[in-house]
Design a protein around this ligand. Structure first.
Ligand code: ADP
Ligand code: MG
Length: 262
């Protein structure tokens, strides 16, 4: 089966209209994400991770190389590709349930079916009892759950996540990672997950793509051969497969951070 997302020779420069000096963000990226796979991407800050994600989301036009989904060139946003960012733009004037159901409402899905789907995803992300709360009444972790549920509820084929758990506290973060693992099992979505946390990359990824310092290139692919059902934080520090993957990713990222600081 051909891969769900295919990126070939993708290079990106950000033009600078004032100085004329452009920023070389990505250099000849080649990668594939298979259907139903969760791939994590790590690399030093500024190496072009968000640039790649924004191109895949269709939010950033590009000229050199190609990015495609199901063999079709990505040229703009699509409801087939749901995006979750670090700072979530959930709508402050809508309740949790109304935020989650917003996409379905825009699509004209009838109220009965909408409510059924919304309550399903509220359960999946652990927000039962908070349906009628507004964003200002939620913790950071709950806002991220709401954002993940809203994206899932629109049923995209692919989820693109850009450091979605980076702004929450450590305990909540662990819970959200375990929740996303359960969601991956339950929905079998294709997920590209960007993070700067090596632990997170090793815990969540079927594979981890390690990027070089800017301009970002794909330095190495690390396979993490742990069944999803076994991915529970309490067990990870005794799992040699996790330790090996994490240490390898850590070593590669450290080398690249040294390059970017040189
Ligand atoms: N809109 C933009 N205009 C100009 N330069 C940008 C823009 N967005 C990002 N950059 C630059 O491109 C490089 C890669 O950025 P980014 O993709 O955000 O990296 P990462 O997400 O890995 O931290 C950085 O040097 C950043 O400053
Ligand atoms: Mg980024």
């Amino acid at each position: 089966m051909p891969a769900k997302l295919v990126v070939t020779d993708l290079t990106h420069h950000y033009p600078d209209e004032y100085t004329g000096e452009s920023v070389h963000a990505l250099e000849k990226i080649n990668l594939e994400v298979n259907e139903g796979e969760l791939v994590t991407v790590v690399g030093p800050s500024g190496c072009g991770k968000s640039t790649l994600l924004n191109i895949l989301a269709g939010l950033l036009p590009y000229r050199e190389g190609n990015a495609s989904m199901d063999g079709v060139k990505i040229q703009g946003p699509s409801s087939e590709r749901g995006v979750v960012f670090q700072e979530q733009a959930i709508l402050p004037w809508r309740s949790v349930a109304k935020n989650i159901g917003h996409g379905l409402e825009l699509k004209g899905v009838p109220r009965g079916e909408r409510e059924k789907r919304v309550s399903e995803f509220i359960k999946l992300v652990g927000l039962v009892g908070f349906e009628d709360k507004f964003p200002h009444e939620l913790s950071g972790g709950m806002k991220q759950r709401c954002a993940v549920a809203r994206t899932l509820c629109a049923d995209p084929a692919v989820m693109l996540m850009d450091e979605p758990f980076a702004a929450v506290d450590a305990q909540t973060r662990i819970t959200l990672q375990e929740e996303l693992n359960r969601i991956a099992i339950a929905t079998k979505k294709t997920i590209l997950f960007i993070t700067h946390s090596v632990d997170e990359a090793a815990f969540l990824g079927d594979r981890c793509f390690v990027f070089t310092a800017r301009p970002g290139r794909l330095r190495e692919i690390v396979n993490i051969d742990i069944p999803r059902e076994k991915r529970i934080w309490a067990d990870m520090n005794n799992d040699p497969r996790f330790i090996e993957a994490r240490d390898k990713i850590m070593r590669l990222v450290r080398e690249e951070v040294l390059v970017s600081n040189a």
